[in-house]
Design a protein around this ligand. Structure first.
Ligand SMILES: Nc1ncnc2c1ncn2[C@@H]1O[C@H](COP(=O)(O)OP(=O)(O)OP(=O)(O)O)[C@@H](O)[C@H]1O
Ligand SMILES: [Mg+2]
Length: 219
C-alpha cells in the first residue's frame, strides 16, 4: 500500500509559550512495497511523523493518504479498522504486556478471533525463531527475543505497511542485526511497505531510499 502526505504539519501549543512546530508542511510519497528509512537528529520529528503516518496520532493540518483514502477525513471507526487491518507497528521498546505469554501477546491485535488465529500466530513466531519460547513471559526473554516477539505481533494481520521506530535502538549490534534481517525479510515476503526510523547508517543503507529529516522538514 502506498502513502502520500500533503502539507502535513504538527504543532503543539502550551499556554504562555510560543507554539512548537514539530512538522512543517511535509509532502512525501512512499510507493507500495518500498522500503524507506527516516534519519536525522534527535528532535527532528521522525517519531511524530511516523506516528501520524501510522494513524496513531493526528496532524494539526494537512492530509495523509493510504492507498487512495484520505485517512484523517474519515471516521474514527475507519481509522481504527485501517490500523487494525493494514498497519503493523514496532517500537523502540517492545511494549509487550508482561502478564501475557509471548503467544498471547502476538494474539492481542486479534484477541476476539484468537482461536482461529492460533495457527497463524504460531507461524509468525516460528518465522521469528521463537517457537520454543511461546509460552514464556516477556521478562523471561532477552532483548532481541522481546523485539522479535514484538515484530511477530506486528505481523499477525499481514499488514500492508510496517512501521518500525528505532526497532534496534536498544539492542547490541549482533542482536540488532537479527531483528533487522527479520524485519526486511518479513516486509519483502509480504510485499509490504516498510517505513523505518533509525540512527543506524548501516541499517538505513539497506533500504530503497533514505529520507533525511531536520527541524521538522525533509531535506
Ligand atoms: N506533546 C508534546 N508537546 C510538545 N512538544 C512535543 C510533544 N511531543 C513531541 N514534542 C517535540 O517534538 C519534537 C520532535 O519529537 P520526535 O519525538 O518526533 O523527534 P525524533 O526525531 O523522533 O527524535 P529522537 O531521534 O530523539 O527519537 C521534539 O522537539 C519534541 O520535544
Ligand atoms: Mg523518535
Amino acid at each position: 500500500m502506498n502513502i502520500k502526505t500533503i502539507d502535513l504539519s504538527k504543532r503543539y501549543n502550551k499556554k504562555g509559550s510560543p507554539d512548537i512546530e514539530v512538522l512543517k508542511n511535509i509532502n512525501l510519497e512512499i510507493k507500495s512495497g518500498e522500503k524507506v528509512a527516516f534519519t536525522g537528529p534527535s528532535g527532528a520529528g521522525k517519531s511524530t511523523l511516523v506516528h501520524i503516518l501510522g494513524l496513531m496520532d493526528r496532524p494539526t493540518s494537512g492530509k495523509v493518504f493510504a492507498g487512495d483514502k484520505d485517512c484523517f477525513a474519515s471516521s474514527d471507526g475507519y481509522l481504527c479498522s485501517m490500523r487494525k487491518e493494514n498497519i503493523g507497528f514496532v517500537f523502540q521498546f517492545h511494549y509487550l504486556l508482561s502478564d501475557f505469554t509471548v503467544l498471547e501477546n502476538v494474539l492481542l491485535p486479534v484477541w476476539k478471533d484468537r482461536a482461529e488465529k492460533l495457527k497463524k500466530a504460531e507461524g509468525v513466531l516460528e518465522k521469528a525463531g521463537l517457537s520454543h519460547r511461546k509460552n514464556h513471559f516477556p521478562n523471561e526473554l532477552s532483548g532481541g527475543e522481546q523485539q522479535r516477539a514484538a515484530l511477530a505481533r506486528a505481523l499477525i494481520n499481514d499488514p500492508k505497511i510496517i512501521f518500525a521506530d528505532e526497532p534496534t535502538g536498544n539492542l547490541d549490534r549482533a542482536t540488532g542485526m537479527e531483528v533487522e534481517k527479520l524485519l526486511f525479510e518479513s516486509s519483502s515476503e509480504r510485499g509490504a511497505t516498510l517505513v523505518l526510523v533509525t540512527h543506524n547508517e548501516e541499517l538505513a543503507a539497506k533500504s530503497d531510499r533514505i529520507i533525511k529529516m531536520t527541524d521538522g522538514q525533509i531535506k
